[in-house]
Design a protein around this ligand. Sequence first.
Ligand code: GLN
Length: 613
Amino acid sequence: MTSEQTPSSPIHDQLAELHREYSAIHDGEVATYIPELGKANPDWFGICVVTTNGGIYEVGDSRQEFTIQSLSKPFVYGLALEDHGRAEVLGKVGVEPTGDAFNSISLDPVTGCPRNPMINAGAIASTGLVEGFTDDARLRRILEMFAHYAGRELSIDPQVYASESATGHRNRAIGHMLRNFGILAGDPMPVVETYFQQCAILGHCRDLATMAATLANRGVNPLTGEQAIRGEYVESVLGVMGTCGMYDYAGEWLYEVGMPAKSGVAGGVIAVLPGQLGIGVFSPRLDSKGNSVRGIRVCSALSRRWDLHLFNRPGIGKAAIRLRLNGAEYNSSRIRPKAEAAALREHGEAIQIIQLQSNLVFATAEFIVRELTELNGLESVVLDFRHVLSVNESAGHLFHDILLRLHAAGVTVVFTGVEKATSFRRLMRARLGARFEELFRTFEELDPALQWCEDRLLARLLPDLPDTSIAVTQYALLDGLSREEVAVVQSFFERRTYQPGETIIRAGEPARELFLLSRGLVSVYLPLENDAQKRLATFSPGMAFGEMAVIDRAPRSATILADTEVSCDLLSIARLTALGVTHPKIKIRLLENLSLDLCRKLRKANREIAQLV
Ligand code: GLN
């Protein structure tokens, strides 16, 4: 039975339940010290969660706009960091939490700086640090930044701005104090006006949650893919949110809820769980500390129900290894002559393949590096990065160091799929210098990397590999036939040669013959969507290909190209049929040999598939 309906989201239902539960709370007061804020409907209540994977869940008045107020502070602080760097900003605004209220008129008595960027003094100082030739230009940059965070243009509420500008003398006093102590240069009043404007930016819960999720996602908006802040500054923004975001409630908040957060007097709250999600809640009634009552309750409840506390994270050490394989159990698609296949089965453990996934950070890289230091009898290791999401600096250093150590121990490390990890490549180039090309051996795909390792191992194990060209009597298809019988079959052969890159068989075409490879190498490719193709196998002299059609007479299922100069003997299906009438014994023998060959291929495929599940 198939369902006509898609199931509703359990996450949405959980949020709806929380919303229902906390709608009953009517504690707290709407802020009125900015008169315009007093007009808010005290019952407005919206919740939205946005995940770094791009999931969006919203309930209640999640599209009701309100002014972001102090929620603007961490974001503008981030812009100041981008404009001046950490050292210079730290010289003007501290990062110590204070027990004072958000609007306290005080500076650190020792440094003479505002104590942190989340109280008004530090926030106004941060606004003053935003670059721009004019006040307008500065405000435009602030609005542009918010548009990246929210994924849409946000506007300023003119009434709320006018209302705060008309009454905000305390903040003007703070501006003059900052000017007096040299934190602001020039006339402080335009900076305070820009600060009032940034506080009057309109957003709704979904904007808030998206902004929070952008911080959770190292500065990249998970819905638009746009970078709102350089990743390296996100930790600083979240750092001050974690310690100072909830004003004099910050300690209890970090203890109970365990997420960096920020509130605003209009009733907005954001919370960020780095790597996972952002939460935005809106409810205008505030507690005595100026934080939204329901906002705090919802964040606490979500933290508890969903186990979001930052200091309660699962171990990730082993999560980065997707698959472990070795060259005895798993081989490249180069089909080997019997002696070579046997050598690989016996000695292939000297080749190890470690397929990695997820984000490589210190703890995940540590586990991989430890595994590598514990392996014995290695010749080469393939580190497959195709499923890796990111490699951070510390993991990159570990891979560099282990590469050198393994090299010194005579082990070759081959990397695959690192094209996209540009910062990792840069790090390797910087650290390896002129030895980069020699030591940082990379392939795009696993298959050619593995073949390269196999070829090297085989060259050592079997120094006299067979010639690239063989005699007709060496075809596996003719095994067990007498000299006379071979001569009969051979009289039907038609010799053809191909240039490197030439198509020998094209997928979809009718099949008229089977091919015996006498000289050179050929590869079988399966056509994929979007014009790509996947190499299935490479054959060497003595092997048959295009033989399936002899059995099922179906059109060609794959394309076969000459890798090198190639000579083949073709045996037409019509001739083979005729042979069945004149020399049935020969035909039976040929079919037996073909079956053996198919058996061997199927066994290899089965062995490898078993490794993958
Ligand atoms: N604009 C408000 C002020 O400066 C912001 C305060 C807040 O949201 N806590 O007073």
